[in-house]
Design a protein around this ligand. Structure first.
Ligand code: PGA
Length: 253
């Protein structure tokens, strides 16, 4: 069975004191996780080591970085390399979040390089894709997301692709309180899986976790996660509240 994943994305939030408080609540929370039902917490870079220390005793809970650079090392002031992430034991990294694409002009081809280097260092990329409102209104979301997958992932071998997690996050639903309906989420997830199957075959496509992101909350998580092709969520705002995020983890199927 493919992994079901509740991933938190703290984005650029929390002071050290707030991060410590949230981590200690998560460390104490009663969460129902197993090897196939996991949680991943993407914290700001300054708190990666702290998060790993605080959550080390929590089985099936992993820490993620929110970004990495595409080069191994060198004169790239302000960037974080995957070699650094690997050296501190980071297991996952978000790649291509829509905020990175929009505010930092990250292109599909740069993201392909980031996916490659993460895999090279055995860090699982959580590759984000998703369309803006105008694309949804023009009903061209499948073509748009298809192109994101093609240009950033489809150069991978099947073996490499099976190490990637995909997160579908419609931009119009991020931080807006406007969740895609569970039917809209299922429809796009099924489309993504069919695109993976067309390129890599259905057994590879069936093994890949596809998360939904965009205003996931404790109150809507179970309905979204119950969809056959929705394998969990990538959660922004609601992940800053330990009780709310605990409810989301426990809504995984
Ligand atoms: P949101 O963010 O849950 O606050 O909508 C999701 C995301 O951007 O990953």
């Amino acid at each position: 069975m493919r992994k079901q994943i509740a991933a938190a994305n703290w984005k650029m939030n929390c002071t050290l004191t707030q991060a410590e408080e949230l981590l200690s609540k998560l460390a104490a929370a009663e969460i129902n996780v197993t090897e196939n039902r996991i949680s991943v917490i993407a914290v700001p870079a300054p708190y990666l080591i702290l998060a790993q220390q605080q959550l080390v005793h929590k089985a099936n809970v992993f820490v993620a970085a929110q970004n990495c650079y595409s080069k191994k090392s060198g004169a790239y002031t302000g960037e974080t390399s995957v070699e650094m992430l690997q050296s501190i034991g980071t297991a996952y990294v978000l790649i291509g979040h829509s905020e990175r694409r929009e505010y930092f002009h990250e292109t599909n081809s740069l993201l392909a390089d980031k996916v490659n280097i993460a895999l090279e260092y055995n860090i699982t990329p959580i590759f984000c894709c998703g369309e803006a409102l105008d694309i949804r209104e023009a009903n061209t979301q499948n073509e748009f997301v298809g192109r994101q997958l093609e240009e950033s992932l489809f150069h991978l071998t099947a073996e490499q692709l099976q190490k990637v997690v995909i997160a579908y996050e419609p931009i119009w639903a991020i931080g807006t309180g406007k969740t895609a309906s569970s039917e809209q989420a299922q429809e796009m997830h099924a489309y993504i899986r069919s695109a993976l199957a067309a390129k890599y075959g259905s057994s590879v496509a069936d093994s890949i976790s596809i998360l939904y992101g965009g205003s996931v909350k404790g109150s809507n998580a179970a309905e979204l996660f119950a969809q056959p092709d929705v394998d969990g969520g990538l959660v922004g705002g609601a992940s800053l509240n330990a009780e709310e995020f605990t409810a989301i983890i426990n809504a995984l199927k």
